[in-house]
Design a protein around this ligand. Structure first.
Ligand code: BG6
Length: 486
């Protein structure tokens, strides 16, 4: 299979927070990979902007080290030398005047202008205002805004209002890196480019859906950020909500930014409030030398959850009666993200005695987001061999790396794709302001109820599947979670 790399137009990309963790781990190594793939014109400029006072050479040396470390690139790579020539640096004061004139002077007429806000959320508004004040918020400029986008509905609304004072909605790219993951987009391809699944994709045939995003890492050095967020703000309100939308939405009339986002918004608005009894919070305990959640948290008595599981209902014609179970957590048994669509059993079995005892009988479509991106459809077949009719469930397994050859194994990182989409001016994989607000409107009462209550999250052991209470959430309904394994 020949991949088609379509170069983007000449651009000037300013990365605010260019010396920070996200820029060094993801954004700059991602840009390097796109450069090597031939997608970035050699005339383009990548301008690092941060508080540190340093010159271009020092910035380039730091970016070289970051790409070698996080992009796993040989430090003598000639591509790296060529890439570094695109890099410039401006020392900037987000809240003051320092550096803005120098920045403006570097921006070229005729190139696409994009500004990536990879900084603390408290600076988003300041950056937008300064860009406008210095004449850089012209109609074709784009801003890329990292998460967290607000911490509740009120703050998200206020941030939207501030950004919209200076930029139109079509200029604002709110990042949710889950939308840039290859398999997440594949969800749309699977659903809307095949006739096979769509007729079955509703409450009549789907028993339930499970969405799992499990991580093995703890909160480590991010304790102070995480302790003010918890799993619900860090993962559910954004990443998991996006997965839920892509699974549940109606077919958009076109693969077009507003058509797709309109359909996602309808799903969020159709979410029912979650009952307190249908949500379980957890917090990981200590394990040997590795501390507990509380060891890393800002507040040693913190009630912040590092795990959450919930049952979600969507009130519309398509999904009435089909629950969606969501769970995500840190320090779990394995790193795995997957969506399982569990179908109903056939209404009548003509093979009454043929099921091997204990075997599941329902078809299941599992979409694996990471690792080993792929899809797996479980179907019933006859167990081979003589001795009568015995049924067994087997997987129709498609790992994209196997099915697509080397390119399937070498998928671009989410950030690479998303940054190229910004330059192309394609907002399909970015969240619209109303989507984010609707998502907070649904999340706020859950958080409010926790804040008002006295209950602590349930403890769970690191390396486990989460608290036992989360198992109960499914057992009560006569269902069970899929095993967490990579
Ligand atoms: C981030 C969260 O948005 O996503 C992190 O802040 C989380 O807490 C990460 O670890 C997970 O992303 P991925 O791509 O590793 O699944």
């Amino acid at each position: 299979m020949v991949s088609r790399v379509i170069p983007v137009d000449d651009f000037d990309l300013v990365i605010f927070g260019a010396t920070g963790d996200l820029a060094r781990r993801k954004i700059l190594p991602g840009l390097f990979r796109r450069f090597v793939a031939g997608q970035i014109p050699e005339t383009s400029q990548i301008i690092g902007a941060a508080r540190t006072a340093q010159d271009d050479a020092a910035f380039q040396a730091d970016v070289r080290a970051a790409i070698v470390e996080f992009g796993k690139v040989d430090k003598k790579s000639p591509d790296l030398d060529r890439f570094l020539m695109l890099l410039h640096y401006v020392s900037i004061d987000a809240k003051g005047e320092g550096g803005w004139k120098e920045l403006k002077a570097k921006m070229r007429k005729g190139a696409i202008h994009a500004f990536y806000f990879s900084v603390a959320p408290s600076l988003f508004g300041d950056l937008a205002e300064r860009l406008a004040a210095h004449g850089m918020a012209h109609g074709d400029a784009r801003i890329v805004v990292e998460k967290p986008f607000g911490r509740d509905l009120a703050s998200a609304r206020a941030l939207n209002a501030t950004l919209r004072k200076h930029f139109d909605e079509h200029q604002i790219y709110r990042i949710d890196h889950y939308l840039g993951k290859e398999t997440v987009q594949n969800l749309m391809a699977v659903r809307f480019a095949n006739i096979l699944f769509e007729p079955l994709w509703n409450a009549q045939y789907v028993d339930h859906v499970q969405i799992t995003v499990a991580e093995t890492v703890g909160v480590g050095g991010r304790g102070s950020y995480y302790d003010n967020s918890g799993a619900i703000r860090d993962m559910v309100q954004n990443h998991m909500m996006q997965l839920l939308c892509l699974i549940a939405m109606e077919p958009p009339y076109h693969f077009d930014p507003d058509a797709v986002r309109d359909e996602k918004l309808k799903v969020i608005r159709a979410l029912e409030p979650v009952e307190a009894t249908e949500i379980v919070r957890g917090q990981y305990q200590a394990n040997g030398d590795e501390g507990s959640y509380l060891t890393h948290a800002e507040n040693p008595d913190s009630r912040t959850e590092s795990y959450v599981a919930m049952k979600v209902r969507i009130s519309n014609w398509r999904w009435q009666g089909t629950p969606f179970y969501l769970r995500t957590g840190k320090r779990l048994r394995a790193r795995t993200s997957e969506i399982a669509v569990v179908f109903k059993e056939p209404p009548h079995s003509i093979f009454e005695d043929a099921h091997t005892s204990g075997e599941p009988k329902a078809n299941e479509l599992v979409i694996r987001l990471q690792p080993n991106e792929g899809m797996n459809l479980k179907v019933m077949i006859k167990e081979p061999g003589p001795g009568g009719m015995r049924l067994v469930q087997v997987p129709l397994d498609m790992t994209f790396a196997d099915a697509l050859g080397p390119e399937g194994a070498d998928m671009p990182d989410a950030y690479e794709r998303l940054i190229m989409d910004v330059i192309r001016g394609n907002q399909t994989l970015f969240m619209r302001g109303d989507e984010i607000e609707a998502s907070w409107a649904w999340t706020d009462p859950i958080i409010q109820a926790w804040d008002d209550g006295k209950a602590r999250p349930e403890p769970y052991d690191p390396g486990s599947s989460g608290p036992d209470e989360a198992l109960g959430l499914m057992h009560r309904d006569g269902r069970r979670w899929r095993e967490i394994r990579s």
